[in-house]
Design a protein around this ligand. Sequence first.
Ligand code: SF4
Length: 187
Amino acid sequence: MTISWAELIEHISACQACGLRAGCHRVVPGEGDPNARLMFIGEGPGADEDRLGRPFVGRAGELLTKMIHSIGMERTNTYICNVVKCRPPHNRTPLPEEMDACKGFLRAQVALVRPKIIVLLGSTAGKAVLGDQFRVTRDRGRWVEKKGVWFMPTYHPSALLRDETLKRPAWEDFKAVREKIRELSGE
Ligand code: SF4
């Protein structure tokens, strides 16, 4: 039986399956178009996201929104979420057991949205979806197709804010996403 969006959000909001829930203010399930062709997966909520209960709303979120605009789309036409739905303390990388505890929710979100393209933002998202061998500096920019879904790994917007030199390769990755959207739409 397929779970509904309302049931899924209820489950995520009530979840205490890992230690992250005890240390965060709000659970951040994700947001956007439930039928989006394009989905973004990041690592986990930061301070602004934890405060507002929404994904990618801080400086990294502003940059992501600009990048979405740069490929001719609106944020509201995409679905945006994270590997873990609760903020790790001091923005540390989620532990493998925390990602494991949360991955059923991510799978359910992907199953409900059924996107054609998923952009994996950063190392944690890449590892969570493509496996532990994933290395963002080596593997970004290369399409991976699984069961009819196209995955594009790229840098996390936070990394672009820390290191300006990563903006150009990230822009190349977003251009590839724009081309893939056109290709899949038959434009
Ligand atoms: Fe549950 Fe995920 Fe939050 Fe852990 S991070 S408590 S698994 S919703």
